[in-house]
Design a protein around this ligand. Structure first.
Ligand code: V47
Ligand code: SF4
Length: 398
C-alpha cells in the first residue's frame, strides 16, 4: 500500500519529465518497458524515482520476503587460459606456480569438510585449463552425488562448457545432457560479463561469445534445468550496452522461463588490467539494481551478492528491487576479495544473515537453490538472542 502511494504521487507530479511519467504509468499498470525506455531510466531516473518503481515491483511480487541460502564455493583452480581484463584472480599459465590446481580428491576433501553441516548448495566455478575436461567434471559430479546426494551442485558456466565441449568434439546438446546425467543440478550466472561484442571483445576476448553463452543456457533450460544470469557493469560499457544485455536475457526468458535470478556484478578494480577505471558509486549501484528489477519483468528474483557489493550496500539494495542476498559462503571464494571488495573473508552465519535482513525491516527466508522455502526466520528466536532491538543498551550504574 505504502509503495502504491509513492507511485501515485510520482504519477501526480506535474513537474516530472514526461518520459519518466510515462514509464511510471507503465510500471504501475504492470506493462513492459522498451529498450529506449530502459536507456531513459539510466540517463534520467533519479535514485528516489527508480527506488519507488523498483520497490513497488519487489513488494508486489515478494512483499518483504528476502531470501538467502547456506552454501559454500569450490574454485578448482585460479590458473586460466584466458586473460579477461577485469579478472584479478586468475594466474596465467606461465605463472601457474603462484596459483592452485586442485585434483578431484582435493576437491572432495573440501566437500567432505562440510559433512554434517547444514549447507544445501555447493557452487563450483574457476579458471579454464585442459585437465578440467568433460570426463573430469563427469567424475566430479558423480562422486559428489554418490557422497552426498542431497547437496545441490550448481556448477560451471558457458565459458567452461563451451571450452570443454569443443575440446571433446561434442555438441552443446550432447555435452549438457552428459553434465545433467552426471549430477549437475543447476548453472550459476557467471561468464555473462557484457554480451555486446563491442565490449566483450575488449574485456573477455577469446572466451565464449554472448550468443554462445545464451545458447548454452537455452539448451540447459530445454533439458528442464534452471540457471542464473549476471551482468558485469561499471567499466567501459555504456548504458546502451547494459540495456542490450538485459534485453537479450529478457528475450531468452520469454522463450524458456528457465532463469531464476539476475545478479548485477559491480566491477571491482583492484589488481587487474582495468585498475585505472574508477569503480561505480553506491548510487549508481542502487540505480542499476532498480533498473534491472524494472526491466526484467519476467525474472522472479534479483540478487545482491554481498561478498562483492559489501553488506551495507546489500542491505540498502533491499529497498531498490533486490529480494535475495545469496548465502553464508563460509569464506570459500576468492574472486571478489582479490578484486578489492570490502569483504576480505566473506563468511556470515545464518544468524548474521538473518539479522542483516531484519535490520532493514524485511523478512528473512532460508531457501534452497530452486527457491523452495527451508525456513521462515521472521519470528525465529536464536538461542543466545543477539537480535538488534532498534537501540543499543548502555551500561547501567546502580
Ligand atoms: O563471470 C570477475 C565476475 C563472475 C570481477 O549464479 C568480477 O548465484 C567484479 O557469476 N569485479 C563469477 N566482478 C561469479 C558469479 C556468481 C557469483 C555469485 C552468485 C552467482 C549465482 C554467480 O564474477 C564472473 C565475472 O563476471 N568477476 N572478476 C571483478 N574484478
Ligand atoms: Fe579466466 Fe574467468 Fe578470470 Fe576470465 S574471468 S580470466 S575466464 S578465471
Amino acid at each position: 500500500m505504502e509503495t502504491a502511494r509513492t507511485i501515485q504521487s510520482i504519477l501526480q507530479d506535474k513537474s516530472l519529465d514526461q518520459d519518466l511519467q510515462m514509464i511510471a504509468g507503465k510500471v504501475f499498470a504492470g506493462q513492459r518497458i522498451s529498450e529506449a525506455e530502459g536507456i531513459t531510466l539510466f540517463e534520467k531516473g533519479s535514485l528516489s524515482y527508480l527506488g519507488a518503481l523498483a520497490n513497488f515491483i519487489r513488494e508486489k511480487r515478494h512483499g518483504d520476503r528476502t531470501y538467502f541460502n547456506r552454501n559454500f564455493h569450490i574454485e578448482p583452480t585460479n590458473v586460466c587460459l584466458y586473460t579477461c581484463t577485469f579478472c584479478s584472480y586468475s594466474r596465467l599459465i606461465k605463472q601457474r606456480s603462484d596459483g592452485w590446481e586442485y585434483s578431484l580428491e582435493e576437491i572432495m576433501d573440501i566437500v567432505r569438510a562440510y559433512d554434517g553441516k547444514p549447507v544445501t548448495e555447493v557452487h563450483i566455478v574457476g579458471g579454464v585449463l585442459p585437465q578440467y575436461d568433460v570426463p573430469f567434471y563427469e567424475e566430479l559430479f558423480q562422486t559428489i552425488k554418490a557422497h552426498r546426494p542431497d547437496l545441490h551442485v550448481k556448477a560451471l558456466t558457458p565459458v567452461e562448457f563451451h571450452y570443454i565441449f569443443k575440446k571433446a568434439k561434442i555438441s552443446y546438446e550432447e555435452g549438457m545432457a552428459r553434465m545433467q546425467a552426471a549430477g549437475l543440478d543447476s548453472m550459476p550466472g557467471g561468464g555473462a560479463e557484457i554480451f555486446h561484442p563491442e565490449i566483450r571483445d575488449q574485456i573477455a576476448g577469446g572466451k565464449c561469445t554472448g550468443e554462445q553463452w545464451l545458447r548454452i543456457h537455452e539448451i540447459w533450460h530445454e533439458l528442464g534445468g534452471r540457471s542464473n544470469a549476471t551482468m558485469l557493469y561499471g567499466h567501459i560499457e555504456s548504458f546502451a550496452h547494459r540495456v542490450d544485455h538485459l534485453e537479450q536475457l529478457r528475450k531468452l526468458q520469454d522463450k524458456t522461463g528457465g532463469f531464476q535470478t539476475f545478479i548485477p556484478l559491480k566491477f571491482r578494480n583492484k589488481d587487474n588490467q582495468m585498475s585505472h577505471i574508477e569503480e561505480s558509486t553506491v548510487i549508481e549501484d542502487l540505480r542499476n539494481y532498480a533498473i534491472s528489477r524494472i526491466y526484467l519483468d519476467n525474472f522472479d528474483h534479483i540478487k545482491a551478492y554481498w561478498p562483492m557489493i559489501g553488506r551495507s550496500t546489500a542491505q540498502l539494495s533491499l529497498a531498490f528491487g533486490v529480494n535475495d542476498i545469496d548465502g553464508t559462503i563460509d569464506d570459500t571464494t576468492k574472486i571478489y576479495s582479490m578484486a578489492g571488495s570490502e569483504e576480505q573473508t566473506p563468511a556470515l552465519s545464518t544468524e548474521e544473515l538473518v539479522n542483516l535482513i531484519r535490520r532493514v525491516g524485511r523478512q528473512p527466508i532460508e531457501r534452497d537453490t530452486l527457491y523452495g522455502v527451508i525456513q521462515d526466520y521472521t519470528d525465529h528466536q536464536f538461542a543466545a538472542d543477539t537480535q538488534f532491538k532498534g537501540y543499543v543498551s548502555l551500561p547501567v550504574v546502580n
